[in-house]
Write a protein that binds this ligand. Structure first.
Ligand SMILES: NC(=O)c1ccc[n+]([C@@H]2O[C@H](COP(=O)([O-])OP(=O)(O)OC[C@H]3O[C@@H](n4cnc5c(N)ncnc54)[C@H](OP(=O)(O)O)[C@@H]3O)[C@@H](O)[C@H]2O)c1
Length: 279
């Protein structure tokens, strides 16, 4: 297949680049905003036609949660309008969405069929993207993920390593529970969808296995990085000046993905170890 990967300079896009070597039978077109702005409908149509694209993997997004709150229009353009453009090309689409479509008030892992209730501008724009994609391309595959990190780009893992080296004390929230997800494992899941003999459209949840708080995650990061001098203290969300409300519980139930594609998913700590070996 001729496969277009958008947002290829981001965390997930870069992990897709790494994994392409293990899947050499396809031809890949890796683009980011400089090569192909996905909000430009004519440019997307021309690119798809000129390169006989058969599948689009959309890794592009407006991912800054706080900035999205200040400029929802800009976030909507990339997270929803552009996703509709990608869905209108008459080719298969794999799109990535987020746990932020849910309220975060739940106490059980969220299933794909659970009601959504985004509480942030970012969550609203991502949910709008899901709806608009399915309206244009009903057989699209949407993977909702959470707490993404990678050896590429800026993320929580790199921030905590930096702060751990600089500070003697650090307060990290322990009342927000989720699943850290190594973008390389999400990229592998996307290749599982691509290589599956059957196309299984629909919404799926994909994160690593297990749950932890940001505090537990930080303890694990520092232990693996050999940071011993920084004392990490558990704090409540109300003690941290968040600009945008964060979900307290955003664990995704991955049963549907595992059953449909017949795969096992790595535990979050295993993913973290593999990522940190690359840092
Ligand atoms: N990061 C997380 O914790 C997290 C959690 C849940 C879900 N997700 C979802 O997972 C997916 C991948 O996230 P990620 O962390 O890999 O994102 P990322 O690192 O922010 O990468 C997104 C890429 O898209 C590019 N982009 C922005 N606007 C574009 C446009 N108009 N045309 C083409 N490319 C454009 C960005 O360029 P610039 O950097 O120049 O803007 C960036 O290179 C996204 O759909 C995101 O919503 C992420």
């Amino acid at each position: 297949m001729n496969i277009l990967i958008t947002g290829a300079n981001g965390q997930l896009g870069n992990e897709m680049r790494v994994l392409r070597a293990a899947h050499p039978k396809h031809q890949y077109f890796f683009t980011d905003i400089a090569e192909l702005d996905i909000t430009d409908k004519a440019a997307v149509s021309d690119f798809v036609t000129a390169n006989n694209i058969e599948l689009i993997v959309n890794c592009a997004a407006y991912t800054n949660v706080d900035k999205a709150e200040e400029d929802e229009v800009a976030a909507m353009k990339i997270n929803a309008d552009a996703v509709a453009i990608l869905g209108s090309q008459g080719v298969k689409v794999i799109h990535v969405s987020t746990d932020y479509v849910f309220s975060g008030d739940e106490h059980l892992p969220c299933r794909e069929s659970d009601p959504v209730a985004p509480r942030t501008a970012y969550g609203r724009t991502k949910y709008e993207g899901e709806k608009r994609l399915l309206a244009e391309c009903p057989d699209a595959v949407i993977l909702r993920t959470a707490w993404l990190y990678s050896s590429f780009g800026n993320n929580f893992v790199k921030t905590m390593i930096k702060l751990g080296k600089e500070k003697e004390k650090l307060g990290v929230v322990f009342d927000q529970i989720g699943t850290p997800t190594y973008a390389a494992d999400l990229a592998a899941a996307i290749f599982t969808v691509i290589e599956c003999p059957m196309w299984h459209p629909g919404i799926y949840h994909f994160t690593n296995e297990g749950v932890c708080s940001w505090y537990d995650f930080t303890i694990a990061i520092h232990a693996l990085a050999g940071i011993e001098k920084c004392q990490v203290r558990p704090i409540l969300s109300e003690e941290y000046a968040y600009k945008t409300p964060r979900p307290h519980y955003s664990v995704l139930d991955k049963s549907k993905f595992k059953k449909t594609f017949g795969i096992e998913i790595p535990y979050w700590l295993d993913g973290l170890k593999r990522c940190m070996e690359k840092l």
